[in-house]
Ligand binder design. Sequence first.
Ligand SMILES: [Fe+2]
Length: 133
Amino acid sequence: MDLVNWDVKYQTGNATVDTQHKELFRMVNGLHHAIVEGHGKDAMGPTLDKLGKYVVEHFQTEEKLMAAKKYPGYPTHKAIHEDLTKKAVDLIEKFHAGKLALSITVSQFLGDWVKHHIQDEDIKMIKWVQEHN
Ligand SMILES: [Fe+2]
């Protein structure tokens, strides 16, 4: 069973952002399944790295958009992205160093973070951007 399920309530109305969010859902589910199925470190490493890389790319897409449109909430939104990026980098480093075993707490944290961030920040941001075009 998937951990996170896409729903219309997560739709921001920006096609690029929505496509990336859907991919994030897919990747978080992929990580979750890998954890549940007990994939080893060798298989899990690349899955985790890919997800980390994709999150950074996605944040850059949103940040470019916010900067281009001079979104007033940009500094706050960017700070939230930076906080998650820091946590993710730390987690990935610890995993590769053998200091952290992945449990579903990790995928649940990521799934919850993505869902809440979309609903609390991204929808608000895209709405503003669309109203100020
Ligand atoms: Fe965001």
